[in-house]
Design a protein around this ligand. Sequence first.
Ligand SMILES: [Zn+2]
Length: 82
Amino acid sequence: MTTQTLTHEDCLDHRPDRPGECRGEVEYRLSPDRQDFKAFPRCEAHWEQRLESAGRTLELLSDTRPAWFDEGYAGERWEEDE
Ligand SMILES: [Zn+2]
């Protein structure tokens, strides 16, 4: 692996119209919720955001059935007496 200097323009989440969002070193980083072990260049600020969203994704995936799952079996009837 050759050493190269990455700039904020190399950050995967860099927006030319919002240049102030990139902060810190830009490095190739592995996303924890990816299975293919591909690394993408990201600055520290965007990497932290990415980690947070990855944490939320893992939480959602590991979630059990939602609390409303059984409500359809509460014994309610839709028929109306005439
Ligand atoms: Zn960035």
